[in-house]
Design a protein. Sequence first.
Length: 357
Amino acid sequence: MATSASVSNLFPARADTRARPLAIARWLEIVAALVVTIVVVGGITRLTESGLSITEWNVVSGILPPLTESAWTAEFAKYRLTAEYRMESGPAGMDLAAFKFIFFWEWFHRILGRVIGLAFLLPLIVFAVRRAIPSGYGWRLAAMFALICGQGALGWYMVSSGVGETDLTDVSHFRLAAHLLTALFLLAGLVWTARDLRILARDPAARPAPLTVGAGVVGAVLFIQLLLGAWVAGLNAGHAANDWPLMNGRLVPEIDWSGGVVWTLTNDPFLLHFLHRWWAWIAVAALVWLARAVRKSDRFASIAVHSAFGTMVLLGIATVMSGVSLWIAAAHQLVGALTVAATVRAMHSHGAARISA
């Protein structure tokens, strides 16, 4: 059994001159951009209700889409067995052209997942063979690759909740939230580690930035908002109201608590829509504090946080008032991912400033 010391020195550089922290940081930033892309594509997949169009998980053979008309017909036949198709396709059903549209988004989402896995694994092997990974960072990179692999398994676990012998017409919103939040946690790890490595490239004696208590509180507040947003997406709760700041003409919507407090807090679309709207302002207050706290040490991060959450709030309001327009809602999810990246950079800068103070 490996000790903590051996794990922390996984793939250590034989000499400081062989370590390439700046090159690794740039590589991690490219992977982070790919993660942002897949988060957006995943949002479009959910908004177009494409997630159940592929009913099997074939890691290798699933790389290619159906190439013949008979293959398309066979895939369509599998989809018609799902509860989503039986209950939501309407009296006229769905034609093959419409099925190809939703199939594309789920297929593209899965392909991007494979691309991210290879974009991480292949450079990791190269850096490891060349002993270019700075001491103490190997375990982080290994953990992030494990997280990428786990994301693939979580994605199928999510899809499986809506296929087979089930009456669900959508995937479980709990599994969807786990899938999305794990992707955003990976994004956070990529950004944080890249920042540590950029500092290390400038100063070989630099220590990794610690997570401060204040930054941790901000991260927790943002996590709750992201969780609420994932549940809103999974339950189609964005359609619960299309006015703002009121909900269907009321400041506080009517809530049916007959299912119990816990069930209502985690399943009622009206309550979750309401909470996502108004917890946003608590998140704004926390992000304003963080942005101001790092204004002197990292002005770019301060501006990025302010710009990101401001745009996200406006897009959230526009999403509601547009009746959940596909592209406005997708833009809202894109800026949500960018808000995570900007916030993590600011959290990192908050910790780094404590070291240098």
